[in-house]
Design a protein around this ligand. Sequence first.
Ligand code: GDP
Length: 328
Amino acid sequence: MKKKALITGLAGQDGSYLAELLLAKGYEVHGIVRRTAIEDTAHKLKNIGHLADRIHLHVASLDNVLSIIKTVKDVIPDECYHLAASSFVSYSFEDEISILNNNVNSTHYLLASIKEFAPGCRFYFAGTSEMFGNVTNAPQDEATPFNPRSIYGISKVSGYHLVKNYRSQYGMFACTGILYNHESPRRGYEFVTRKIVSSAVRIKLGLQDTLTLGNLDAYRDWGYAPDYVNAMWLMLQADAPEDFVVASGETHSVREFVATAFSCLGLDYERYVKVDPKFFRPAEQVQLCGNPAKISTRLHWARTKSLGEIIREMVESEMELYKGTRNE
Ligand code: GDP
């Protein structure tokens, strides 16, 4: 019998790589998508268009508990990967009510539905380094206290505690992966890495003159998205459910990222990049940098690409979009 996996956030960067990984491992892959995503396939299902005839799509809304129950009862998954969330970290606190409600409720609805209707299902929850937020020590690991600084971070800390309680009180195999930033050609344009790569390619092609960024001296722990979905899968194959930090263990500045991306195209970034304080975020005293020692030792997880290799892949792939040899 094929194992069945249910993914929320299927059409996002991580959902699409995870679907590919699970299909390659012989899983039957099911995904929850919004009705609008089905109706507007060309745009909303862009990352999974090439998988369309190999995956099962279920129209459901993560803020509607009945539609979640129905999907869980229909599929009875062996593994559920809950990746969907309002995920962009703005610090403006716009939309804070809906972000908090949607992210916390969807996690709760899934856990409650699985407990009742698919009790053997293993559950992965997409946590984030934003749960650590304003850190006082680096690197962070599974024992580092949470100190979220955004509504998104707060919603993820709440989800983490729901998962932990379902695990301890109901014996569910449920765990949280605390993932640091992870990038790929499928990263959304609102994130700095894709913004940089896309602009660098457009500048190279003469379609754009300048790139305006915020703080070039901000540091991030950037990894490769396909490596991080592999970590999610490994967590659900473990002997016992546990939470893990998934990170590269290195930080690099936005400036380094920009310089490398432009130099891949034979350009000097200093000629094209402008800084506008409107893109600045509150200053960080201590860097977000994860320690992946636990997942490396316990689950033998390892990353396969350095940041330089990730940037090169992103740049080459972006070029293909313009040459028409890749679709989004
Ligand atoms: P996240 O903030 O970690 O979720 O990821 P982002 O990719 O949005 O931002 C990464 C870092 O890049 C942050 O420290 C930002 O302050 C910095 N940054 C600098 N310029 C920009 C910009 O123009 N857009 C974004 N999104 N981030 C920027």
